[in-house]
Design a protein around this ligand. Sequence first.
Ligand SMILES: Cc1ncc(COP(=O)(O)O)c(C=O)c1O
Length: 473
Amino acid sequence: VGHIGVENVLVDLIIAPEGSRTAAVYRALRAAIVDGRLPAGSRLPPTRTLAADLGLARGSVAGAYERLAAEGYLSAKVGAGTFVAFERINRTSRRAGGSLKPRPGWVFEALPTSGGAAAPTYDFRVGIPDAGLFPYDAWRRLLTAETRLKANSLGTYAEPSGHPALRAAIARYLGVSRGVSASAEEVVVTNGTQHALDLIGRVLITPGDVVAVEEPGYPPARRLFASLGAEVVGVPVDADGLVVAGLPDTCTIVYTTPSHQFPLGRAMSPARRRELLDWAGRRPVAIVEDDYDSEFRYSSRPLEPLYSLDAAGRVLYAGTFSKSLLPSLRTGFLLTPPGLRDALVAARQMGDGYGQPAVQAALARFIDDGLLARHVRRASKVYADRHRQIVGALIGMPGAGLILSAAGLHVAALTDADSTAVVREAARAGVGVDDLRAYSTGQTGFVFGFGAADPSLIAEGMALFAGVLARHI
Ligand SMILES: Cc1ncc(COP(=O)(O)O)c(C=O)c1O
């Protein structure tokens, strides 16, 4: 068989476990065909010869040939033998990108917390809840129940606004937990906040429109609006929240995080809330209120959301279960004023249809059975301890100016030191913390997430961090 080197492509057979010879021959030959080591037209040795050379039963080789032929990789010509029939795809020219180019602005940036990113020992990365607190057994039971034929009509298309029972459950839950009086009609279920922002952007943004975002702020929101053609303008935040006097007169959308400013962590003051709504009431602008993690509260009562205070129908409220449950549920919701509802539902229908009805139905039961409220109560206690530990370490830490905050899963501190250098050096010591510069064009500081932090390592991690920071001040 030397003339085509088949034995070279079959070296992995040596380590193939007993009983899977056919599959191993198949895989080795297919890999060689696909990557071009066995080019189209190559003649394979007869099964009997190859089997003898490899010390295999003839059936093992014949089985592999048959499968490759059935899948179009090989063709057999009577009397002439078996040939490679597959033209290798020219990967290099495909990888080079060819002539297709996306519109400007479509650049993939991996999130530091996504995918297989390894967790640091002292994990203060922002935006990750503690997955270990999630009640998996209860969730599995509900999901299983909703995946039965009689549970719902999985064979038909579902409502783009979301499962009716979930919309009703969300409306009821918000009434109790946030004092928002909303009807199920106002709720549109989404695949999380990012999806909600996409729906809003597609419905409201004409390329060239000005969209105001907080500075410092949440980069995925900024990038999304820019991808839709908006001119995104950063507006400063002060101790009361978004500086209304800094808003561009011409903007179409204002995106804000009043319950727990991302990333600085303060709540927008009642006076600033009123000022923002007064400002919005005088012009055709939509206020997008992103309330992503304020279920977790450590002292004061929550302030009334803009959505509840709004008399002019200008506010859209985006909520998510990414922090209160798990980011991987990819489930959130929008509360919308009546004038936008149909358009938002149409955008959802055109984009992805309607999400996953079984997950939505299970979540409705989860909320209605009181499991969400119970989980939030329990998790709040756990997070309160981590919050206390981190705040305790930051109070009085030389070089770090803690910004007090009483909700959510992260706290921020400002610094005069080179925060980027500190964060890099801390990472080498096993301490993962966010650089405020990642969220800001001007400010230097640190953002400490505590959702994922091991409570028994917080003090040690913060002491290590303080040591690193001390070398930079
Ligand atoms: C400001 C802000 N909004 C929303 C989210 C949640 O987004 P999603 O619901 O798309 O997971 C996060 C998560 O980190 C956030 O920081």
